[in-house]
Ligand binder design. Structure first.
Ligand code: NAD
Ligand code: UD1
Length: 354
């Protein structure tokens, strides 16, 4: 059996895809998740998709802030590294309930890091976000750009990045990789796992998906007066399987013999900018569904154009995104059409072997 990885938030959207890739790459995986924004069904499907390697997956339904429960997991297993996804991520909610976000994201992370240090597990991959670039002065964004945050969610990402840099500064035994994700979309090509947001989706593609399956009447386009090719916002959409593979590359870097990793940061994106209208058109083509649009004003806190410089990850992680927006939309629609209610209706759940 390969190295043992603890994955926090592993039942969630990016976590579940990463757990599958880890199992397929022969890692042994323990997931910690409170299922606040996810379903255990995702992990059951991951185990099935992984075939024999599914045996190497265990699940612990606990909250990261439950220090005693976390200790018990570290008592029972010696982990080689941790991938830390667990956190709340809705920008609007973070503005309304900042303490909820600081409590969950910051305190959860501190308890995790303290527990790791107590058990001598000092290798970490953390989910940061392109949100830390704010409205960048130029694109593509490189990892040395100035950082800022415009809302409590973004501030938790920035604070955790700073905490990681500080703990590495205080103890050089830590090896830490901060991954700044651009816009993850799509689903596993099998259509058995994908994104299943609770309530009204905040992000573009989950909303488009719900319009396509008839759960919502139309997509509201937030702003068509930006200085972009068609006036709508431009982002760097990345297939979630590419993103998951980026985590495998990061974990492998942590285990590379010889030199220490230190505390490093990498963008995970494709380096390409796509507008809202281009993304909608690609999804319409993939699904054969018309997405009705309602034009509206700009969303507060949105920026015009963000896309990644990918050269650092390509060079140092030996990783590059493989998929384009066609594949992203194809796989998103495959997941949506097979699971129009996400993991919500167990009687309708599908079996990967059928
Ligand atoms: P998600 O909500 O699907 O997954 C997060 C998981 O963490 C959920 O399963 C949730 O139940 C769990 N969780 C939250 N708080 C917890 C706690 N205190 N204890 C235990 N489990 C807890 O979100 P995702 O899209 O998979 O995102 C994963 C990470 O990546 C998050 O940290 C998010 O901020 C970051 N990120 C996401 C995006 C994106 O667009 N999806 C972009 C940039 C960064
Ligand atoms: C948003 C968050 C960001 C977070 C990221 C991933 C804001 C201001 N930013 O980024 O902090 O890291 O999600 O969770 O919330 N759009 C529409 N209609 C919609 C939804 C989105 O037109 O219903 C547009 C947006 O204006 C934007 C693009 O689609 O131009 C992408 O939006 P979204 O998917 O929310 O991602 P970000 O804005 O990049």
């Amino acid at each position: 059996m390969g190295k043992r990885i603890l994955v926090t938030g592993g039942a969630g959207y990016i976590g579940s895809h990463t757990v599958l890739q880890l199992l397929l790459a022969d890692f042994s995986v323990a997931v910690v998740d409170n299922l606040d924004n996810s379903s255990e069904a995702a992990l059951e499907r991951v185990a099935k998709l992984a075939g024999d390697a599914g045996r190497n997956l265990s699940f612990h339904k606990i909250d990261l802030r439950d220090r005693d429960a976390l200790k018990k997991i570290f008592d029972s297993t010696k982990f080689d590294a941790v991938i830390h996804f667990a956190g709340l991520k809705a920008v609007g909610e973070s503005v309304e309930k900042p303490l909820l976000y600081y409590n969950n994201n910051i305190i959860g992370t501190i308890i995790l890091l303290e527990t790791m240090a107590n058990y001598g597990c000092k290798k970490l991959v953390f989910s940061s976000s392109a949100t830390v670039y704010g409205w960048p002065k130029e694109v593509p964004c490189t990892e040395v750009f100035p950082l800022c945050a415009t809302n409590p969610y973004g501030r938790t990402k920035l604070m955790i990045e700073e905490i990681c840099r500080d703990i590495h500064c205080g103890d050089s035994e830590w090896d830490i990789i901060l991954l700044r994700y651009f816009n993850p979309v799509g689903a596993h090509p099998s259509g058995f796992i994908g994104e299943d947001p609770r309530g009204i989706p905040n992000n573009l593609m989950p909303f488009v998906q719900q319009v396509a399956v008839g759960r919502r009447p139309a997509l509201t386009v937030y702003g068509n007066d930006y200085s972009t090719k068609d006036g709508t916002g431009v982002r760097d959409y990345i297939h979630v399987v590419d993103l998951a593979d980026g985590h495998i590359a990061a974990v492998e870097k942590l285990f590379q013999g010889g030199s220490k990793t230190g505390c490093q940061v990498y963008n995970l994106g494709t380096g390409k900018g796509t507008s809202v209208l281009e993304m909608v058109a690609a999804f319409e083509k993939a699904s054969g569904k018309k997405i009705p649009l309602v034009m509206a004003g700009r969303r507060p806190g949105d920026c015009e154009t963000v896309y990644a410089s990918t050269s650092k990850a390509e060079k140092e992680l030996n990783w590059k995104a493989k998929y384009g927006i066609e594949e992203m939309c194809r796989d998103q629609w495959n997941w949506a059409s097979k699971n129009p209610w996400g993991y919500g209706k167990p009687d309708e759940s599908t079996n990967p072997s059928t």
